[in-house]
Design a protein around this ligand. Structure first.
Ligand code: SF4
Length: 375
């Protein structure tokens, strides 16, 4: 009889985060005993703020959407001062490998009690990066062109986003759905849940009603957005100047005033009609071209596909022509392996999105030998 595999703790928080990103299956229980199901683990939060954003978890029958923070030990929350940091007020679940305290939940000084999930190390957990040269590096060195595979995976990611947005577009209409998702993605990762709440507090129809065709439309839009955002908890700690929530709010106002000018109806904007200059329409003062590309890839094109505002062919053509918004640190190892043959694997937004899917669904799950790059 062979010995059972050792349950080793994750080497560091990065490994623990990869385990979370790969998905936690089945029914779990929070430390205080409530049933928990992970609907969507979220997307990595980037440099500052909580580890994952836009996650969805079902806790005791309540569907919660927000941020996830991970630590190897539950005491990491206080050790890092998160209880005082407004950037962590939107955390809906604190995930730890070990609960080294007496508490059954995690507290924030805003008064919120955050559910705590203990995920002990799994036996035989697959490591990433793999402790060997992965098949994708060998295959690209032998001449495999990774680009078309990444492009196909990028399209799959776009379709998945569109499928998630479809119920919203059907319920509130294509214009209001686009408005909501644009507002969410104009925020820095740490503030996306708050900006999503902003869209719920000030829906597009209400904004248009309040502007009422005023000649200083742009200023009225900015004032309405600031007013609606006043009661929200927006994270500022550690934000780069470009990610400052006030700056993003001004950029959002400029963008919304351009897309829905004075006197327009709450419908799909003319400036974003199929075939229009997408990046020209989405680039506004205070937000650079990278943000315009992110908005196109994560908000406009998925929403255009979900609502049938554009034909599928028009969405695919626009996606294929979108430039890359820049490198993601998360994809650095994968980018290195896929460059073995001298290629530039993430040469456009579609391929970069494909890289994100490849990383999440295969690399981070230790699926070398079974992934589309090694088939
Ligand atoms: S899962 Fe595939 S793409 Fe990812 S490292 Fe392994 S072989 Fe490369």
């Amino acid at each position: 009889m062979s010995a059972a595999p050792l349950a080793l703790p994750a080497a560091n928080e990065a490994a623990f985060a990869r385990r979370w990103a790969a998905g936690v299956r089945g029914l779990q229980r929070t430390a205080d005993g409530r049933r928990l199901k992970v609907v969507f683990p979220g997307v990595p939060g980037g440099g500052s703020g909580p580890d994952f954003r836009d996650a969805m978890v079902d806790i005791g029958g309540d569907l919660l959407r927000g941020e996830i923070e991970l630590h190897l030990r539950a005491s990491g929350w206080r050790a890092h001062g998160h209880q005082r940091d407004p950037a962590y007020a939107g955390v809906v679940l604190h995930v730890v490998e070990r609960n080294d305290g007496a508490g059954l939940s995690t507290n924030h000084e805003s008064g919120r009690s955050i559910a705590l999930l203990v995920l002990p190390p799994e036996p035989g957990q697959a490591p990433f990066p793999p402790p060997f040269i992965p098949p994708c590096a060998l295959r690209t060195a032998q001449g495999l062109d990774a680009g078309p595979i990444l492009g196909r995976l990028g399209l799959r990611r776009l379709r998945t986003k569109a499928a998630r947005l479809r119920p919203l577009a059907e319920r509130i209409g294509e214009g209001p759905a686009l408005y909501a998702v644009l507002l969410e993605y104009v925020a820095s990762p740490a503030n996306r849940p708050a900006f999503a709440q902003l869209a719920a507090r000030l829906p597009l129809t209400a904004l248009i009603d309040r502007c009422g065709g005023a000649p200083d439309h742009g200023r009225v839009v900015a004032a309405e957005l600031r007013g609606a955002a006043a009661a929200l908890s927006l994270g500022r700690a550690g934000s780069r100047p470009m990610a400052d929530p006030r700056r993003r709010l001004e950029a959002a106002a400029a963008l919304l005033a351009r897309l829905w000018p004075a006197g327009s109806a709450p419908v799909w904007p003319l400036a974003l009609a199929a075939g229009a200059d997408l990046l020209g329409a989405l680039t506004v003062p205070g937000a650079g071209r990278s943000l315009a590309i992110e908005l196109a890839a994560n908000a406009v094109l998925p929403c255009a596909l979900a609502s049938a505002a554009w034909s599928e062919a028009a969405v695919e053509a626009a996606f294929a022509s979108l430039p890359s918004p820049g490198a993601y640190g998360l994809l650095k190892p994968l980018g290195g392996w896929l460059s073995e043959g001298g290629q530039k694997p993430f040469s456009g937004a579609q391929r970069l999105q494909g890289g994100l899917l490849l990383h999440t669904e295969y690399c981070a799950r230790g699926a070398c030998g079974r992934c589309p790059m090694s088939e």
